[in-house]
Design a protein around this ligand. Sequence first.
Ligand SMILES: Cc1ncc(COP(=O)(O)O)c(C=O)c1O
Length: 477
Amino acid sequence: MPDLLTLDQAERLGIDQVHDLYGRYVSRSQVSLIGTFGFGRDLVESAEGAWIHLRDGRRILDFTGGVGVLNHGHNHPRILKARDRFRAERRMEVHKNYLSPYVAALGHNLAALLPGDLNISYFPNSGAEAVEGAVKLAYKYHGGRRGTVLHTDIAFHGKLLGAGSLTASPEIHFEYPRLPGTDSFAYGDIESFRLALERHTDGRGHSDVYSVVLEPFSASSLRECSAEFLHEVRRLCTELDIVLVFDEVYTGWGRTGELFHFMRHPGLVPDVVTTSKSFGGGKSSISGYIAREPVFRRAYDNLRDATLHSTTYYGFGEETATALEAVAIAVEEDFPGRARKLGEILAPGLAGLAARHPRTVAGTAGRGALHGLYLRQGRSLPSAVRDLVPVRLAKDPQVYAKLLTGAVIAALYRDHDILTFFGSNQSIALIVAPPLVAGEEEARIFLDALDAVLDRGAPRLLADFVREKATAGRGPR
Ligand SMILES: Cc1ncc(COP(=O)(O)O)c(C=O)c1O
């Protein structure tokens, strides 16, 4: 028998053992990156709502939003109950032979919540799979007769080969093979969009574009498209019979103050919308695309094509049962309203901090319960810091702002027990995204702590951070 670690042993591993095992079997660079921060040297005992409980007894306020996963907070009691019930009653997972009542009900509920004839759903597991499913649907809708898909110049749609080739964020900084026929336009710029369409229209006015994939609110850039832009894109896509896909993997389920961000624009209906992250209530890895009925029917609604696009884990039992409950909670607990209320505190609070700390903060952006704080790009690093920064990082033009953002994240955690993280696209922001079960009290705790951290000023924050990094002492070996 090989010497296998048991679940019990896994739960008793110390942080050094976890680092060691990661280094040998997962990724030692990941240990090095995360180990830079205090949280990379702690282990979590449990988590509930907006709070994380560490093994050493510390209680941490989680303001990361779990990159969009944690609208319901950690371990929402109704989500746990739904999953406990599923298990207690020995419900079945696999459903390739039997149809699933959970898939049926979830499809119904999404159609009831979304506008227009966004009626037909498909449920894979990750955001990138949902995006790729949507793009394949659009390609099939045109019977393979069109060859171009458009995305924006700041797009983030995931890291699989297909979704990654529609992603323009520097987060993917290596040239992997791409889907054929991708082209891009400037985010929110209608002239750029028109030019992109023209590049792929022949002399007789026939478009080669089968799909446009767009984030109405770009979570990684904290930017949003105007109503005029979105309506005009919709109009042009309708005119040219292009399948318009809104990627709401991050922004779905209330985060920006509407159930889906695009719903703040009355009358606007995409052909397909994608969802994931909080769709699983913080517990299940489920995603989905919801398509307009005529688009889906033309693409796949015949016996030959019924299973043309599927995955092994699509629509699994406990995942879809959890999503049913997650959706019900988002609606019944009014997540959009909660996000708007948090926004009423966070937006002016962050703007006030930017005004109070003009030498450190360059600006803020965001909506609802999804905000970012941009730190100032200084002219040169303090000498005490310069000597400790690796040469490769020192050459990065954004090194100062990146280090300063890291320094604020580290100080919030070390000195105020608050967890935050980076959002990364063309520029780096400190993401401010409480779970939607958090309230005014947590928002005030966060703003006061951030104020105290910024009070220290950039040079001291940087020096403390670099010193902490050096004493952590774990570079890639
Ligand atoms: C807008 C958007 N689309 C797609 C994805 C990809 O989702 P996943 O990481 O689950 O593949 C993300 C992930 O952050 C996202 O923010």
